[in-house]
Design a protein around this ligand. Structure first.
Ligand SMILES: Cc1cc2nc3c(=O)[nH]c(=O)nc-3n(C[C@H](O)[C@H](O)[C@H](O)COP(=O)(O)OP(=O)(O)OC[C@H]3O[C@@H](n4cnc5c(N)ncnc54)[C@H](O)[C@@H]3O)c2cc1C
Length: 363
């Protein structure tokens, strides 16, 4: 079973193992040459820039690895959309979602009992390991939104809750892409597609139709029963902090656990877990365990559960430093830029407009 070790040496081994050429031809398959780096990128342990520079050092011809670089750049693209569109990504971003019947999630998805073997195994892995293959995420979102007629938002929050790599930009905007609110049409995949990419041979499921019939079919009986999942975050207990008033204070959070950040000097280092953020973007207990384990890579990191303002006031923090990110627009102090693969800034309505600019820097 896939697992996500938290020691830095193991994370760097994953970087060493990247095969960007094989990736390009296999990524859509269940046994593709994937990197399994997303939990570390999402949690800010490594950046897309670190992965990018690591790959460039191997002197591949840019053409050979373009597919890999593009996928990596999708992450930055969605983050740029979030940075510039802010909370509006929580609404249908380009078009209203068509043919919506409810805001819940089919019980068969919540229980991993759709009857489609590949999907049910993928859901089981999502719940236990906190990871799902990209193609399976697309299949799941298409079943939920386009056959089950759910509005995308609650299901996106549910998937984010279970993923160790939960990144609200990639998540919400990919769900919106599948549901057609962030694309010119909805995404559908039939049983034959699943059988090809996941090497199964199942037939006679509710997805076993040609595309015109699948697109026009009504909600399958398997998806009739729906439920509103309870998504609550269990934050750890906070203990009192030891603050050295002569040092500046670095604020880490769910999206920034960078062990190399200003590691050459002494600072107060605080992992801030704000209940208000986890109320908006709840996560499963295994994601909290994951960040606490990743935090061990950062020397003398202390944990504070509470709001930024309360932390600042309670400990009279003056010299605060943090990294720019949409979830911490409300922090005050010295805001540092974060890493990006390219110096391309702003909102681009399509990935390909964004990529065109990136590619210029590549050459
Ligand atoms: C419905 C849906 C929800 C998603 N939710 C998330 C999420 O919450 N967090 C998240 O990190 N990714 C999300 N993705 C994108 C993608 O599925 C994951 O980044 C990828 O599966 C992570 O596995 P990996 O590291 O092995 O990726 P690889 O395929 O090895 O790719 C390497 C890196 O490239 C980036 N990347 C690859 N594909 C994509 C993509 N389609 N979109 C954005 N970046 C990509 C990621 O940073 C990834 O770690 C979602 C996709 C869909 C369709």
């Amino acid at each position: 079973m896939i697992s996500f070790p938290t020691k830095l040496s193991s994370i760097y081994e994953r970087l060493e193992a990247i095969d960007p050429i094989k990736y390009g031809t296999t990524r859509n398959y269940s046994d593709g040459a994937l990197t399994y780096l997303s939990p570390y990128i999402s949690r800010g342990v490594i950046s897309t820039k670190i992965v990018f520079e690591f790959i460039l050092k191997a002197h591949y011809a840019p053409k050979e690895i373009e597919s890999f670089l593009q996928e990596l750049a999708w992450r930055d693209y969605w983050q740029q959309v979030w940075k510039h569109k802010k909370a509006t990504i929580n609404w249908d971003i380009r078009h209203a979602q068509e043919d919506v019947a409810h805001n819940q999630i089919p019980k068969a998805i919540l229980n991993g009992s759709t009857g489609i073997e590949v999907i049910d195994t993928g859901l089981e892995q999502l719940f236990s390991a906190g990871y799902m293959h990209n193609h399976l995420r697309m299949y799941t979102a298409a079943i939920v939104c386009n056959l089950g007629k759910s509005h995308w938002l609650r299901p996106a929050q549910w998937m984010y809750y279970h993923l160790l790599d939960g990144d609200w930009a990639s998540n919400a905007l990919s769900w919106q892409w599948v549901a057609g609110t962030n694309a010119s049409k909805k995404y559908y995949a039939n049983q034959q597609n699943i059988n090809i990419y996941f090497y199964s041979n199942q037939r006679h499921t509710f997805l076993d139709l040609d595309y015109p019939d699948l697109v026009n079919r009504s909600c399958p009986a398997h998806l009739f029963e729906t439920q509103h999942p309870n998504l609550n975050t269990q934050l750890p207990k906070t203990s009192s902090l030891r603050i050295n008033p002569n040092l500046s204070t670095l604020i880490y959070n769910y999206y920034n656990l960078d062990p190399l950040w200003r590691s050459d000097a002494n600072h107060n280092r605080i992992l801030l877990l704000e209940p208000s953020i986890f109320e908006l973007y709840p996560v499963a207990p295994k994601s909290i365990d994951f960040i606490l384990a990743l935090g061990k890579n950062i020397e003398a990191l202390q944990i504070y559960v509470g709001e930024f303002d309360t932390l600042k006031k309670s400990y009279d923090l003056v010299d605060i430093i943090y990294k720019e990110h949409p979830i911490n627009d409300h922090y005050v102090g010295l805001k540092e830029p974060r890493d990006w693969m390219f110096e391309v800034e702003g909102y681009f309505p399509s990935f390909f407009a964004f990529w065109k600019k990136c590619k210029k820097q590549l050459s």
